[in-house]
Write a protein that binds this ligand. Structure first.
Ligand SMILES: [Zn+2]
Length: 108
């Protein structure tokens, strides 16, 4: 994420931003979009599980949110109900891959 605010944004289970990504002829464009009002001096955050399928290095979250999931391990480790809650902010490829996995299971 060269020249990106992503390297300055923390993970939170109750984030104030989401990530949007689009392919274009110039390459992948990544935008960080506020999903709630953000007061000055507030840590910018997004839910890392809405952008990554699986982490090479899972971690214990200390965001302090009421809905903190504690173990942050990537989209594929989330229970279906959690995915439903987060899907509005998740990158489309995560949901598309889930759909493909379901199709694969039904065709075998
Ligand atoms: Zn958390």
């Amino acid at each position: 994420m060269k020249n990106s605010i992503g390297k300055y944004a923390a993970h939170s289970c109750n984030p104030n931003m989401k990530v949007e990504a689009q392919n274009s002829p110039k390459g992948l464009t990544v935008q960080y979009v506020a999903i709630k009002d953000i007061d000055p001096n507030t840590t910018l955050s997004f839910d890392y599980c809405t952008t990554e399928r699986r982490f090479a290095a899972p971690f214990e979250c200390c965001c302090g949110a009421e809905n903190c999931r504690i173990r942050i391990d990537g989209w594929e480790t989330l229970p279906p109900a959690q995915k439903d809650l987060l899907s509005v902010n998740a990158l489309p490829y995560l949901k598309e891959e889930d759909d493909n996995i379901i199709i694969d299971k039904t065709t075998k």
